[in-house]
Design a protein around this ligand. Structure first.
Ligand SMILES: [Zn+2]
Length: 325
């Protein structure tokens, strides 16, 4: 039996149940804290939005959500614990940083001048995975890594190396962000060459590409693919549509990879800082960008394509359980 840290304590991998592998209850682009005068934390409004999101996911049998918000993008473990206790949703939180252009690497660049930052990042991850986050006893359950479009920058590489070491030390799962369907194979190669266990790696945002050769380059390394952006569609996000992604799932199952596919939406249930101002274009592009989408559109869409109930259920339950075992 393996145990996974959730924000309310360890859970057996066999008790995870249907799991969404990449969502955000709260997310703020690094720097939102600097706009706190006009975009400060609204405890009550954010709580009701996130409680509703957890209930919406429960409606199609989801019992666990991996929250992929990184340390500098508004991760708030006490808030997640509150949402978990109010709804019964099991929430797994992350340790790590986002990709360079949308992260806050000034701090690490500064420290690089006088400290061994790979060692410090390793220490940060292991502490958050085994002892607790920000003075609480709430522990991270996964490491979150990210790389840029078309490259893993030197600073991102430091995080990948530290993460591989932290995984060897703790046995934890690593989830990743790839930018616009690039660098999936290279992320897996880098982690594995640094000693990480491929069976505990989920390469993320792989539904940014429907190229089967690209998927095979990743999957042949023994890792999982996270098709975790259902609902983010089309031009605004430079991605395939959900219908194309459902076809991709069928193709991957036909290729024998049915036990290596994970699902999610990359939903952002609260944007930290000042709220979004939605243009008509954004409204249209994001009409299905919510945590209900897999239940409402994807599961029926897969059934229509002829997948058996057990094959569909495995994507949400057996496959995450295998990743965390
Ligand atoms: Zn995300």
């Amino acid at each position: 039996m393996s145990y996974v840290n959730t924000v309310t304590g360890p859970v057996a991998h066999t008790d995870l149940g249907r799991t969404l592998m990449h969502e955000h209850f709260l997310f703020g682009f690094a720097g939102w804290q600097g706009d706190a005068t006009l975009g400060g934390f609204q405890e009550e409004a954010y709580t009701s939005a996130c409680v509703q999101a957890a209930k919406d996911a429960s409606a199609y049998g989801i019992t666990t959500i991996v929250d992929a918000t990184t340390n500098e993008c508004g991760r708030n473990v006490r808030f997640l614990e509150k949402i978990s206790r109010q709804t019964g949703m099991q929430i797994i939180c992350s340790t790590g940083y986002y990709f360079q252009a949308e992260s806050a690497y000034a701090y690490w660049q500064f420290r690089q001048g006088f400290a061994n930052i790979e060692e410090e990042i390793f220490e940060m991850m292991v502490t958050e995975l085994t002892r607790g986050i920000e003075g609480t006893d709430i522990k991270a359950g996964v490491i979150k890594l990210a790389s840029s479009q078309g490259e893993i920058t030197p600073m991102e590489t430091v995080f990948f190396k530290a993460a591989a070491r932290a995984q060897k030390e703790t046995g934890c799962v690593i989830i990743t962000h790839t930018q616009l369907g690039t660098m999936g194979p290279q992320q897996a190669e880098l982690l594995i060459s640094e000693g990480a266990d491929p069976g505990k790696i989920a390469i993320g945002h792989m539904c940014g590409s429907t190229d089967l050769a690209y998927h095979a380059q990743v999957l042949s390394q023994g890792v999982f693919v996270n098709l975790d952006r259902f609902g983010l569609e089309g031009e605004l996000f430079h991605t395939p549509t959900d219908e194309q992604r459902m076809d991709l799932i069928c193709d991957l199952i036909a290729e024998g990879y049915g036990d290596r596919i994970l699902l999610g939406h990359d939903s952002v249930n609260v944007n930290l800082g000042r709220g979004l101002i939605m243009t008509d274009f954004m409204k249209e592009a994001m009409k299905d960008a919510n945590i209900r989408n897999i239940g409402q559109k994807v599961l029926p869409g897969l059934a229509r394509r002829g997948l058996a109930d057990a094959q569909i259920d495995a994507l949400l339950a057996a496959n995450p359980a295998a990743l965390f075992s």
